[in-house]
Design a protein around this ligand. Structure first.
Ligand code: SAM
Length: 353
């Protein structure tokens, strides 16, 4: 494995963005979040990044019908849901017919899913990526940019046109916005770390690959702005599919589903129907928005990866991280330590206090 893949793995190897995996981390509940939620209007006041020349406005439905037509022409079976403007999440999938509890929906065939194994419209770019053992995340980020820049020559044209030109993402927040809105929150440091990781990954890719093949990777197309966009898309839409060997994938159509903390249903590959599905945990009437779960995440985690915060008080998985310390000179040190262990707080770094 080359240095590059090692460096990139350091940044992204442990990154998971499972729409299906409950999180066990605890983060501070950020009261200030609820003032930004649910649509994160801050997204419009970001650093002065040049917008990418593809995708659409985040609430746009213009490209949605083209997307739907292309998907059904390409093998997506007839759907009980359609893309509509919704109150929660700008655009979402809305029931067009009665949907029963326990029903499987979607059935997106693997041929319509983007993974690290997907064919590149320009195979010579994929060859360079493979030769350099680029890990999944930066590989998929580069794949998205490559296919987006090819416009109608890419088979993903209709999908990319329906992606937001600027996804809601903390990647676009300026340092002073992070300082102001995430004051005293651990999410502030994690957001800064994430921005540093994405920036570092782009710089590595540029130094070790892009600059060596300027004909394949012109800076006009492969630059910090397009990388921020593609990572913003990956953070907010990539799923890990347990039944596909934990592969990470972009699943067109399924990625129009918004999150609700009230539902407990996750995307996965269904071996019997050979498609990506989820099973409803409630019934839906025509006109109701259908939701999945992005995982049992706190408000802070949802903001960090998806750029939104649920309505105040609506997330039963919201949680707070409390930093506790225990002093060895405390005369009740032993008893307190035992009590902490009893409540599974044993990862406390009591040795150092
Ligand atoms: C997988 S996409 C879902 C489709 C997206 N609404 C669209 O129009 O492209 C995830 C993004 O949808 C939005 N979203 C999802 N669930 C939401 C919710 N409960 N409240 C507000 N925004 C939500 C956020 O912008 C998030 O980054």
């Amino acid at each position: 494995m080359s240095d590059l893949s090692l460096t990139l793995r350091t940044s992204f190897f442990s990154k998971t963005l499972p729409l299906h995996t409950p999180s066990r981390s605890l983060f501070a509940p950020l009261l200030s979040f609820s003032r930004v939620a649910p649509c994160c209007s801050l997204a419009t006041t970001q650093r002065a990044a040049r917008p990418v020349p593809w995708g659409c406005e985040i609430e746009s439905l213009e490209s949605a019908s083209d997307l739907q037509k292309w998907l059904s022409d390409s093998g997506l079976p007839s759907q009980k849901m359609g893309i509509q403007r919704v109150e929660v999440g700008e655009r979402g999938l809305v029931a067009l017919k009665n949907i029963r509890k326990g029903e499987k929906l979607l059935f997106v065939p693997p041929s319509l899913v983007i993974t690290s194994d997907s064919d590149w419209t320009r195979p010579e770019i994929g060859d360079v990526m493979r030769r350099n053992s680029v890990p999944d995340w930066p590989l998929l980020a580069t794949y998205l940019i490559s296919e987006a820049s090819l416009d109608t020559a890419s088979r993903w044209k209709n999908y990319i046109s329906a992606l937001p030109r600027q996804p809601y993402s903390l990647l676009y927040w300026t340092r002073s916005e992070l300082d102001a809105f995430l004051v005293a929150s651990p999410i502030r440091d994690r957001a800064i770390q994430r921005i540093t990781d994405v920036t570092g990954t782009y710089n590595d890719m540029r130094a070790r690959i892009f600059s060596k093949h300027p004909d394949l990777f012109p800076e006009k197309i492969y630059n910090m702005e397009t990388f921020m966009w593609s990572f913003g898309i990956l953070f907010s839409r990539l799923v890990r599919l347990p039944s596909m060997d934990e592969k990470v994938a972009l699943v067109p159509w399924a990625d129009m589903l918004n999150h609700s903390s009230e539902v407990e249903t996750f995307l996965d590959y269904d071996k019997s129907s050979l498609g990506i599905v989820f099973t409803t945990d409630r019934s839906y009437q025509p006109g109701e928005q259908v939701f999945i779960s992005y995982g049992k995440k706190s408000n802070g985690e949802l903001l960090l990866s998806y750029g939104f915060v649920p309505k105040e008080g609506s997330n039963p998985n919201d949680s707070v991280e409390l930093a506790l310390s225990l002093n060895k000179s405390d005369k009740c040190y032993k008893e307190k330590l035992e009590a902490l262990r009893r409540y599974n707080l044993s990862d406390l770094k009591h040795e150092q206090v």
